[in-house]
Design a protein around this ligand. Structure first.
Ligand code: ZN
Length: 274
């Protein structure tokens, strides 16, 4: 499997990084639903009648807590509830931003009142216009993730180069937005021991994805893409959806979101992923 993936990655590299063949779908079957015993975090009935002050304090604490929280399953990259939040959710992610279409994609998502993570590359921030786009997308309320400075295949870089690919982009993003990214996605989904260590030092959460299609020749068309993104057998609770800064993906976004909503899925706000 590892050899197969490396072969696919090489093919992708040979055909050029900017082409939408850059990331290959995982061949894993949809993750089996885990039959984990639901953790019973329900508050025990406790009688605070004797101490109303304590009860009031607790109620205040509850009302200021986040309304939901999720985590990334590091085995299959799905988004799963930490306690009893909604399970039938998906996470929207947009890679290789901010190139030509990210800003319009952000505007489309905003109109549809949906959140997403934009995974950015340093080479799109080389000039002022790239930085402006990033700042605008951030100020619209979207989560900004780290996708390395140069879209490097980290397994082909030295430890020091890998570190720079990740840390220098965090610094650059922080310079533009004032906030260091919380999420990391390795180009081609190739994580290494070094990248894992740097991600941990930087207190980021790493994620690959569950499925995506917009780099495949058959789906470089809005209608075909919108259909497969909803009809795919890989659509499971918590699916982590990979999309890119591409014209056809921008055009397909409303139909993808509409289709997923019709199937009963909600959309996780990355802000509540811990
Ligand atoms: Zn990428």
């Amino acid at each position: 499997m590892k050899r197969l993936l490396q072969g696919l990655v090489l093919t992708a590299l040979l055909t050029g990084c900017q082409q939408p063949v850059e990331e290959e779908p995982l061949a894993n079957p949809p993750a089996e639903e885990r039959e984990e015993a639901a953790e019973d975090n329900s508050t025990n009935e406790r009688d605070y009648a004797e101490d109303e002050g304590e009860q009031e304090a607790e109620e205040q604490e509850e009302s200021s807590a986040p309304t939901a929280s999720y985590q990334i399953n590091q085995a299959n990259w799905t988004v799963e509830p930490v306690t009893d939040e909604e399970e039938q959710v998906v996470l929207l992610t947009i890679d290789d931003a901010p190139d030509q279409h990210s800003l319009e994609m952000a505007e489309t998502l905003k109109e549809l009142e949906k959140q997403a993570i934009f995974f950015v590359n340093g080479h799109f921030l080389a000039d002022e216009s790239g930085k402006e786009k990033l700042k605008t997308i951030y100020e619209m309320g979207f989560e900004i993730g780290n996708h390395t400075m140069n879209h490097a295949n980290l397994s082909e870089r030295s430890d020091e180069e890998q570190r720079r690919e990740i840390v220098e982009l965090n610094e650059l993003i922080e310079e533009v937005t004032g906030e260091r990214p919380r999420f990391f996605r390795a180009p081609f989904g190739v994580n290494t021991e070094t990248s894992a260590a740097v991600v941990e030092e930087e207190e980021m959460i790493a994620m690959n994805w569950t499925y995506g299609y917009d780099w495949e020749a058959d789906y470089q068309d809005a209608e075909a893409l919108a259909e497969i993104m909803v009809d795919t057998p890989y659509l499971t609770n918590g699916a982590n959806l990979l999309m890119h800064d591409r014209q056809w993906t921008l055009e397909a976004l409303p139909a993808i979101i509409n289709g997923l909503e019709k199937e009963g899925f909600e959309f996780v706000d990355p802000a509540v992923i811990q």
